[in-house]
Design a protein around this ligand. Structure first.
Ligand code: SF4
Length: 341
C-alpha cells in the first residue's frame, strides 16, 4: 500500500497536471531576458497586426455608483467606503450625443458601462436603443453591464452589440481576495454566454491589487485557453480609489507591465491588447514600450468611467511622435472583424 502511494506521488511529481505545466511554461516566457522577450513579442505582433496602427475606444459611464458588488478596487461599489453617489441610467439621447463627440475625436468603438451586478430586464429596451444608435453613427458598440443571462445576451446581440466587456480581473486563485459577491466561475459563464450569442468578447484584468506575478500570468493563460481567446484584452493598472480596501496598494513595476503585455501578445497573437486604466501614471516612454511589446489599443477621452485618463491632445502628440496611425472609423463599421491584418 505504502509502495503504491509512493509510486503515485512520484508519478504526480514527474507529470504535473496540465495547468501547472502550462503555467510553468508561460512563466518561463515571462521571465526571459527582457530584450529576447520584447523581440519575440514584437515579431508575433508584426505577423498579425500593422505595428504602426492603434485602435481607439472611448468609454462612457451610463450608470454610475451604488453597485451592490464588493470589488475591492472599485469606487462605485456601495459596499466600499468611497460612496460614489448612485446615478440613474442615462437617457439614450445623452449617450448618443457623447458618442457623436467621440466619433468626431477619432474613436472607432464606443463602450458603455453600467455599475450593476447584472442588468434588469426592464432596462433592456433602453440598452438596445443605445446600441442601435451607436451603430447608426458608424461606431462599433461595446457594453459592460455585469453578468448576463442567456436571453439578455441574445437580445443585446440581436440589437447589434459588437463587443461585451466582462473582465476576469485576476487569476482564479487570487480572485476571492478581491471579490466575494460573485465567483470566478460566474465570470467565465457570462463570457461563454456572450460568445454563444455571437457577440465578440472583451476580457482582461487589473494589475496592482497585491497579486503575485504568477497570478498575472495565470490570468492571461485563462484568457488564452478559453474555447476562443477574447477578441479584445484590456490590461488595467489599478488606480487606487480613496475609501476602497485597495486605496493604499503599491504601484506596479513598469518593467513588469511591459513583460505582461509581451506575454499577452505571445499567448494571444490575434487579440487586440488595450492599455486601459492607469495611463495617467505612465510616461510616454513606457507607453511606447508597451506598444512595441504588443499593445495596440487605448481608451481615449479624459475620463474612464470615473477615473482620469490622458488628454486627447497629449495622446495625439504621442502618436505623432511615434508615427502611430489611429485606425479609421470605416474599418470598424459593422460586425466584420477588421482587426488582425
Ligand atoms: S467593478 Fe463593476 S461590478 Fe465591481 S463594484 Fe465596481 S461597478 Fe460594481
Amino acid at each position: 500500500m505504502q509502495i503504491a502511494q509512493e509510486t503515485a506521488l512520484k508519478d504526480a511529481i514527474a507529470a504535473p497536471d496540465r495547468a501547472e505545466t502550462d503555467l510553468a511554461a508561460a512563466l518561463s516566457i515571462y521571465n526571459m531576458p527582457f530584450m529576447d522577450l520584447l523581440h519575440r513579442a514584437h515579431t508575433v505582433h508584426r505577423a498579425h497586426f500593422d505595428p504602426n496602427r492603434i485602435q481607439l475606444s472611448q468609454l462612457l459611464s451610463i450608470k454610475t455608483g451604488g453597485c451592490p458588488e464588493d470589488c475591492a478596487y472599485c469606487g462605485q461599489s456601495a459596499r466600499n467606503g468611497a460612496q460614489l453617489p448612485a446615478s440613474k441610467l442615462m437617457e439614450v439621447e445623452r449617450v448618443l450625443a457623447e458618442a457623436r463627440k467621440a466619433k468626431a475625436a477619432g474613436a472607432t468603438r464606443y463602450c458603455m458601462g453600467a455599475a450593476w451586478r447584472e442588468p434588469k430586464d426592464r432596462d433592456l429596451p433602453v440598452l438596445e436603443a443605445m446600441i442601435r444608435g451607436v451603430r447608426d453613427l458608424g461606431l462599433e458598440s461595446c457594453m459592460t453591464l455585469g453578468m448576463l443571462s442567456t436571453e439578455q445576451a441574445r437580445r443585446l446581440s440581436a440589437a447589434g452589440l459588437d463587443y461585451y466587456n466582462h473582465n476576469i480581473d485576476t487569476s482564479e486563485a487570487f480572485y476571492p481576495e478581491v471579490i466575494g459577491s460573485r465567483t470566478f466561475g460566474d465570470r467565465i459563464e457570462t463570457l461563454a454566454r456572450v460568445r454563444e450569442a455571437g457577440i465578440k468578447v472583451c476580457s482582461g484584468g487589473i494589475l496592482g491589487m497585491g497579486e503575485a506575478i504568477a497570478d498575472r500570468v495565470a490570468m492571461l493563460l485563462t484568457l488564452a485557453q478559453l474555447p476562443e481567446p477574447p477578441d479584445s484584452v484590456p490590461i488595467n493598472l489599478l488606480m487606487p480609489q480613496a475609501g476602497t480596501p485597495l486605496a493604499k496598494a503599491e504601484p506596479v513595476d513598469p518593467i513588469a507591465l511591459v513583460r505582461l503585455i509581451a506575454l499577452g501578445r505571445i499567448l494571444m497573437p490575434r487579440s487586440v491588447l488595450r492599455l486601459s486604466a492607469g495611463r495617467t501614471a505612465m510616461s510616454d516612454e513606457l507607453q511606447a514600450m508597451c506598444f512595441f511589446a504588443g499593445a495596440n489599443s487605448i481608451f481615449m477621452g479624459d475620463k474612464l468611467l470615473t477615473a482620469g485618463n490622458p488628454e486627447a491632445d497629449h495622446d495625439r502628440a504621442l502618436f505623432d511622435r511615434l508615427g502611430l496611425r489611429p485606425e479609421a472609423v470605416d474599418a470598424h463599421a459593422g460586425h466584420d472583424d477588421a482587426g488582425p491584418v
